[in-house]
Design a protein around this ligand. Sequence first.
Ligand code: DI6
Ligand code: FE
Length: 405
Amino acid sequence: MAIEIRCDSVWAGADLVTMRDGHYNLIEDGAIAVRQGKIVWIGPRAESIAIQADEYTDFGGGIITPGLVDCHTHLVFGGDRSHEFEQRLKGVSYAEIAAQGGGIISTVRATRAASLDQLVSSARWRADRLLAEGVTTLEIKSGYGLDEDSEIKMLQAIRLLAQQIPADVRATCLAAHAIPPEFKHHPDGWIDTICTTLLPKVKAENLADAVDAFCEHLAFSPAQVERLFTCAQALGFPVKLHAEQLSSLGGGALAARFNALSADHLEYAAESDVQAMAEHGTVAVLLPGAFYLLRETQLPPIDLFRRYNVPMALASDANPGTSPALSLRLILNMACTLFRFTPEEALAGVTLYGAKALGLAQSHGSLETGKVANFVHWPLARPAELVYWLGGQLPCDVIYRGEKQ
Ligand code: DI6
Ligand code: FE
């Protein structure tokens, strides 16, 4: 039976890949009704006759997916590291490059030297590439400032960029990304500074939505991360963690104990990490771009995540060192070829579970009544095509908050 609904716009004539519950949950020849930037009705077009809309778009075929969510990026940074990429391919090791002052610290130098405007405009073109492929929700981390003023500058750049682009942007404070050169001999001092001065300021100025850290031998220990998370939570920040990228330190379980939104990377995660993440609802964010570029051979424990029903998200990890990724679709393909994701799991990883990794699953990540009207029309026959085509750019129409971009 048709219900009388008034709305601003209706988008119809395509198959709806709703991604409800993390599955395609396809509605053939569907319609989406939008009012004030939100979905107010969704269903088969044949049932939408009683909807009154100011605007009606008939796509005449194709598919509509939720807007894509890239839940882990380091898009704001100074300079680039293409010269190091070249050096590494000539046989210079990552450690040698770091010893020569390269690696993360070279990006820190360039980021400290960049002005706020330079950081925004250099991030802008990279964000534009991701958005052109249907991304409508984007997380961006700080972590290349590594002193108070430069971390604040990075977070301000993220907030400014957010005002310029048609996407919902979440900012994450990753001040504990690497040990700052000034704290080389007493990294605990940097954790103290983050806890006592940086985070309270970030909170007061509303510059971040979450706090992240890099738990690794070459960065921060589980004990240091625990101290940081305790302060972050006392200030009301949700937490997430770069865990088990290069070695197994129990970071996944540590993050879960703090009810982290996500633990990310996870190539070296153990069953105890997976179990703890399942118990606490912590999303596994997998990053095939970094796996590929580092020519890593240790696969994340995908079967364990499946067995324990830990939701798996995928993200670009866009950063100048280990994943200079400008295409989330390429990441989807890598997840299928390298990690043996199914195309349906891959799409869930950049829609519903990407949203969950940002604490946004109630409002984003699937086509459902009450959620924000962020979606993408693709002139494709089936969703697997999004994962299948290698590179290039697929034509698409992006609808952000009910408005065609
Ligand atoms: N893991 C990574 O892969 C990046 N950060 C992290 O914690 C690397 C960042 C970089 O090399 O600039
Ligand atoms: Fe990262």
